[in-house]
Write a protein that binds this ligand. Structure first.
Ligand code: ADP
Length: 605
């Protein structure tokens, strides 16, 4: 069972026939120089010189040849890499007419990419009409960016009208590398804070906090952020009208200047290849030296910023042609990060070589709290695996029960030590009402919560006592109290803010533990089996019907034999969805909205 992964770009086309489990390639194809001297090369050593330019001709010719070369290799699906998924696509989707028109309309945001990606889809569909075609998006992984990270400080009407916000790119690579990092370190992916640095011709960094991308350096287009081969990355936006006035260049000429003539190429004057720049810089070429310094300094600055965004970091991974191969760039970016807990092993870094057998290597000291890693990224394999998962899900039968929804009002979990201070030594919490989760109860006791701006009285204590204090509030409470509480799953209170608590017997200064609870579903292993999900998967749930229907994305699944099936949302979310007692939700098998509203799986219980 193989999947053909197709990346149809404007100047080159890459295709690979991949086994999604082993990652082995049965055949690879690459078409280059489509605009001047097009040629197609295959991994079996054959070549085709094309007589006509343009990617459509190259793709048709290439696919005919590729089909002939399959030699009995069974293809089950074709995965298309699509650059821009806007805010509609947060994961790979099966291609339907609806999806095609969505990709078409996103052409405005990615005029250089989406139209060619789309014509790749159409041509491949003509050649392989019976196969399962799906799209995977560079932006999808970053759909989890919180508003504070994805919003530009522009007039809000303008931003809304034109979809101007940060989307982020290279999502397959950041996701793949973050997961591999956790696997390699034998840690739980959803318990780690990882900074992934994708340094190829295009470069971007992402902050992956507990399995979600919460920051990334590329923005509405792949131009923002790091210095790249030919792209400037961040510049003062005031420079654009300045250049326009000084040189009389048009908007599209300036776009070209920033995308094609800047970055390493613009700084060094010797092209965009990091190998040449490294060589020249060693020989004393001042321009190449500055190019290397500007490149590495920007990267280092982002690493520091992203560690601050996540309140710490557990691993920093380098990938892409530069990240995988350049010890010098890794050294410049990762040395003197001891203050973050990341201590480079210079020797390991210098001698590090990634191979097929060893595609991941660490180059931090054994006593470094933060792991520094070089990892071979494989976006094609990531796309192939996403397709295999989609195919599996498509086989799921329509037996999904609905999920009861519970709105959790603000509440607090306390340690016995804190109960002692607030309610008196040895005080035992008294049960007011048993909750639906076995063994959990709302206690008679309440506390007063004091924030920098305001105070909230009678916050319900939930029992039994726990090993850590944890106050769960809504966004509205957060602004009312004046506390910036991160969205966390229960129990993850490291690096969270605190507040003052007042009880009848005394006051307690909570050092940390204030969170906005990550909306979640509790379920038993049997439920998980029926839904086809695993512990800590992130799913979408639709609540309500008709006009009141509201989709909650980013819902965390928690599985334990001690749970009862129930989704928990906070009061803000409950109000937004006009939830009433007894309401139920429906789990989506995947997250592509318009399309899946029809395909959602419902079962009347
Ligand atoms: P793409 O983003 O097109 O997939 P790659 O991930 O292949 O690109 O990265 C290309 C970049 O990697 C180029 O700047 C190239 O110079 C750089 N690179 C490749 N090998 C090395 C090396 N041994 N040392 C330094 N840089 C390298």
């Amino acid at each position: 069972m193989h999947i053909l992964v197709l990346n149809a770009g404007s100047s080159s086309i890459k295709a690979a026939v991949i086994h999604p489990v082993t990652g082995q390639r049965a055949l690879e194809m690459q078409a280059d120089r489509l605009l001047d001297e097009p040629r197609i090369t295959f991994s079996d050593g054959t070549e085709i010189e094309l007589t006509k330019t343009g990617h459509e001709h190259a793709l048709s010719t290439g696919l005919v040849a590729l089909r002939d070369k399959l030699n009995g290799t069974e293809l089950v699906a074709i995965g298309h890499r699509v650059v821009h998924g806007g805010d509609q696509f947060d994961r790979p989707v099966r291609i339907t007419e609806e999806v095609i028109s969505a990709i078409e309309s996103l052409g405005e945001l990615a005029p250089l990419h989406n139209p060619v990606n789309l014509s790749g889809i159409r041509i491949a569909q003509d050649f392989f009409p019976d196969l399962f075609h799906y799209a995977d998006f560079d932006t999808a992984f970053h759909q989890s960016l919180p508003s504070r990270a994805k919003t530009y400080a522009l007039p809000k009407e303008l931003a809304k009208k034109y979809g101007i916000r940060r989307y982020g790119f290279h999502g397959m690579s950041h996701h793949f590398v973050a997961r591999r990092t956790a696997e390699f370190l034998k840690q739980d992916y959803r318990s780690m804070r990882i900074i992934t640095c994708h340094l190829g011709n295009g470069c971007s960094v992402a902050a992956v906090e507990y399995g979600r991308s919460v920051e990334t350096s590329m923005g509405m287009t792949p131009l923002e952020g790091l210095v790249m081969g030919t792209r400037s990355g961040d510049i003062d936006p005031g420079i654009i009208p300045f250049i326009q006035e000084k040189t009389g260049k048009s908007a599209s000429e300036i776009n070209d200047l920033l995308n094609r003539e800047s970055g390493l190429a613009g700084l060094s004057g010797v092209g965009n290849d990091m190998r040449t720049i490294l060589e020249r810089s060693t020989q004393g070429d001042a321009d190449a030296q500055l190019a290397l310094q500007v490149f590495s300094h920007r990267l280092r600055k982002y690493i520091g910023a992203y560690a601050a965004v996540m309140g710490g970091v557990d691993a920093i991974a380098f990938t892409g042609g530069i990240g995988e191969n350049s010890a010098i760039v890794r050294h410049r970016a990762a040395q003197r990060l001891d203050f973050l807990g990341a201590i480079i092993n210079e020797d390991k870094n210098n001698t590090l070589r990634l191979t097929d057998e060893e595609p991941i290597r660490a180059f931090s000291m054994d006593h470094s709290r933060v792991a520094l890693l070089a990892i071979h990224t494989d976006e094609q394999l990531a796309i192939a695996r996403a397709g295999a998962k989609l195919l599996e899900q498509a086989d799921l039968v329509n037996t999904q029960p609905t999920i009861p929804i519970a709105v959790s009002a603000r509440h607090i979990h306390l340690r016995q030590e804190t109960v002692d201070v607030l309610f008196g030594k040895g005080h035992q919490l008294t049960v007011k009402k048993w909750l639906s989760q076995p063994g959990q109860f709302a206690a008679e006791e309440t506390v007063t919560v004091v924030g920098p701006r305001n105070t909230i009285e009678r916050v319900r204590v939930l029992g039994p006592v726990r090993p850590k204090d944890q106050l769960e509030i809504s966004r509205t409470d957060e602004f009312f109290l004046g506390i910036d509480a991160p969205i966390r799953e229960s129990g993850k209170v490291e690096n969270t803010p605190g507040c003052k608590l007042i009880g009848p017997a005394g006051e307690y200064d909570l050092e940390d533990g204030v969170i906005c609870a990550w909306r979640h579903i509790h379920m038993t292993p049997e439920d998980a089996e029926r839904f086809g999900v695993d512990d800590r998967d992130i799913v979408e749930v639709e609540v309500g019907n008709g006009d009141r229907a509201l989709t909650f994305g980013n819902v965390l699944v928690r599985v334990s034999p001690n749970y009862r099936l129930e989704m928990h949302i906070d009061t803000d979310e409950g109000n937004a969805a006009e939830i009433s007692p007894g309401d139920e939700g429906v789990l989506f098998e995947t997250g592509q909205r318009g399309q899946l509203r029809k395909r959602r799986l419902r079962h009347e219980v």
